[in-house]
Design a protein around this ligand. Structure first.
Ligand code: SF4
Length: 329
């Protein structure tokens, strides 16, 4: 029987899942993903996590619990850095996530918590894969081949997002189900908004109360940070006096500047309650939007109590205000 490895459908899942799914399947393992977020998953995470954790971390606990009885291993890498180009790291909660999970959730299957620190050079990804393969009893050669296949799958996934301008959640659906979603015709949209935030908040339909779909129903074309090719984000980085410390904060700030250059109609920054990095990035985007001639900007903070009706009311008000301003209504 194949060994079963569990991947929580949360946090880095929305960034790297195609890579790791392909890697583990190439090593003849069965990949089990936790179910899509529901009230039950969120409630069980909130119950077990430390009270002052941000909502994505609480939710992650719920996803790990869903996998607990189903798998031989849980994949929970310690994410330090994934960019060779700049020296930023993931936020401290990512760095300490394996320790946090071990401390709060007893009796879990073994965690695969190898450190991912790609600043160490171009070969580090291969060394990492060999280390993980060794834990699973696989040969270095098999791990290297699996790594190569994983990289190809990841490139394909990122290309789908950049070229088709779909969200990571939609690209994952295409990759998983071998199904191409029909792109919405440009003329269906009256406005274009950059919807920026962490991939694990915007792409989780439950925690984001399906904000992307709601905006589209209101006639808004939704653009996210992942749709900006990496070289364009790096070009924006050169305009900033310095890098922020954290990976996703940099991605959001750079994408905000890129979309301001592209003259989107508005920017929505989706922040997570209890997130330290978000508090600073939110203010920076707001000030930059004002400095560039009052680009309409709105912040929506989500937490475990976020209600669908409240978010919808704010989205409708923001969209109506912009349509009114442009003489569309
Ligand atoms: S960046 Fe913010 S939301 Fe994400 S894990 Fe860290 S504290 Fe939580």
């Amino acid at each position: 029987m194949k060994l079963r490895i569990g991947i929580p459908r949360s946090l880095a899942y929305f960034v790297f899942f195609p890579f790791w799914k392909t890697f583990f399947r190439s090593l003849d393992m069965e990949v089990v993903i936790s179910p899509a977020t529901s009230k039950g998953v969120l409630d069980s995470g909130v119950k077990e996590a430390v009270a002052d954790a941000c909502v994505p971390i609480k939710l992650f606990h719920g996803h790990v619990l869903e996998l607990k009885e189903q798998v031989d291993y849980i994949f929970l890498p310690r994410l330090v850095s994934i960019n060779k180009e700049d020296t930023v790291t993931f936020c401290p909660k990512f760095l300490g996530l394996p320790d946090l999970i071990r401390a709060t959730l007893p009796n879990l299957p073994p965690l695969i918590d190898e450190k991912v620190d790609l600043q160490k050079g171009p070969w580090e990804i291969y060394r990492l894969c060999v280390r993980i393969g060794r834990v699973l009893g696989k040969s270095p050669w098999a791990s290297l081949l699996a790594c190569r296949k994983g990289r190809a799958a990841q490139q394909q996934y990122e290309k789908i997002i950049w070229q088709l301008k779909v969200t990571p959640a939609e690209a994952l659906q295409m990759v998983e189900k071998y199904q191409v979603l029909p792109p919405a015709a440009e003329e269906e949209y009256q406005l274009s908004f950059a919807v920026l935030g962490f991939p694990y908040t915007i792409n989780d339909r439950f925690i984001s109360v399906d904000m992307v779909k709601k905006l589209r129903q209101l006639g808004v074309r939704v653009l996210t940070a992942e749709m900006v090719p990496r070289q364009n984000l790096l070009a924006q980085a050169r305009k900033l006096p310095k890098n922020l410390f954290w990976h996703f904060s940099n991605q959001v700030m750079r994408a905000a500047m890129y979309f301001m250059d592209e003259k989107v109609d508005g920017i929505i920054h989706v922040t997570a309650f209890g997130c330290g990095p978000d508090a600073m990035v939110n203010k920076m985007i707001e000030l930059e939007a004002k400095a560039r001639g009052k680009i309409p900007f709105m912040n929506i903070t989500i937490d475990e109590h976020t209600g669908e009706a409240g978010v919808l009311t704010r989205l409708e008000a923001f969209v109506d205000m912009l349509k009114l301003r442009r003489g569309m209504i």
